[in-house]
Design a protein around this ligand. Structure first.
Ligand code: SAH
Length: 256
């Protein structure tokens, strides 16, 4: 059982998140547990204050350190979880980051709000994490992005592990295009190769499409991707402006 803890002042954000789809199923199956902690419950004064003004002046409020430290020390007296805090300048979240998190046993995500959190909270934190170069109103949406991408990588969560294997980014390339029934829709036909029943040919076509799409949309990824000999051949054909049919005609693996 993997444990996730969320420190937030808006726990209700996570009600629906925990209640639908893959995440909900993972919880019900006992594969993951998401413990949403309202840090207001750990405030020290009678008004249960969680925020205060910024020292030195400036706009907005900051999350106070005491409720966060109280919650942390109460929940984790011995073993410390791997602790993240959402920050727009943090390490950019991506599939590799999700992969790393999916290996951790216990994770805490502290969600910032207002102008952010008191800097001293950072002494509890292993990594600052950002989901992109934009400003959100709080870390809750970011935490959900992180949770969702991480949880689906935990073994047993996504039923068909093949679907993880073919996902975009799983091998550094974008996914191939997919079609479902009907095979002809408003004059648009499903590519013939997909209904050919020739499994090798289908695999090759999908690889061709992955490489073509990555070249067009994310050439930066292609530079980093681990390419096989076949992949490099495909790339060469695409770069020479040739099409899949040309490739198939000349590619000897198919003749076997
Ligand atoms: N004043 C801050 C922004 C605060 S936004 C600044 O100028 O940098 C409020 C909170 O939302 C942040 O503390 C952080 O926890 C969260 N947040 C905002 N943008 C985010 C992003 N791109 N990724 C992750 N968390 C973000």
């Amino acid at each position: 059982m993997k444990k996730f803890h969320i420190f937030t002042i808006f726990p209700q954000f996570f009600d629906c998140f925990k209640d639908v789809g893959i995440v909900s199923r993972a919880i019900k199956r006992g594969i993951v547990d998401i413990n949403v902690v309202n840090i207001r419950d750990f405030a020290t004064d009678k008004h249960r204050t969680v925020d205060d003004v910024v020292y030195g002046g400036g706009p907005g409020m900051l999350l106070k350190p005491e409720p966060i430290f109280n919650a942390y020390e109460t929940l984790f007296p011995d073993k410390k979880p791997y602790t993240l805090i959402t920050e727009p300048w943090g390490r950019r979240f991506d599939q590799q980051f999700a992969q790393e998190l999916s290996q951790k046993e216990e994770i805490l995500i502290i969600c910032g709000r207002y102008e952010g959190v008191d800097e001293r909270v950072k002494t509890l934190v292993d990594e600052e994490v950002s989901i992109g170069d934009f400003i959100l109103s709080g870390g809750e949406v970011a935490a959900q992005v992180i949770l969702d991408a991480t949880i689906r990588l935990i073994p047993g969560v996504v039923g068909d592990t093949d679907s993880l294997r073919v996902d975009t980014f799983s091998d550094g390339l974008l996914g191939y295009p997919n079609y479902t029934r009907p095979s002809s829709f408003r004059g648009m036909e499903v590519p013939k190769v997909l209904t050919s029943g020739n499994h090798n040919l289908i695999q090759l076509w999908r690889r061709w499409k992955q490489i073509q799409k990555t070249m067009e949309k994310r050439p930066d990824l292609l530079k980093k991707a681990q390419l096989s000999d076949t992949d490099r051949k495909i790339l060469e054909y695409i770069e020479r402006g040739l099409d899949f049919e040309d490739f198939v005609k000349n590619y000897k693996i198919l003749k076997r």
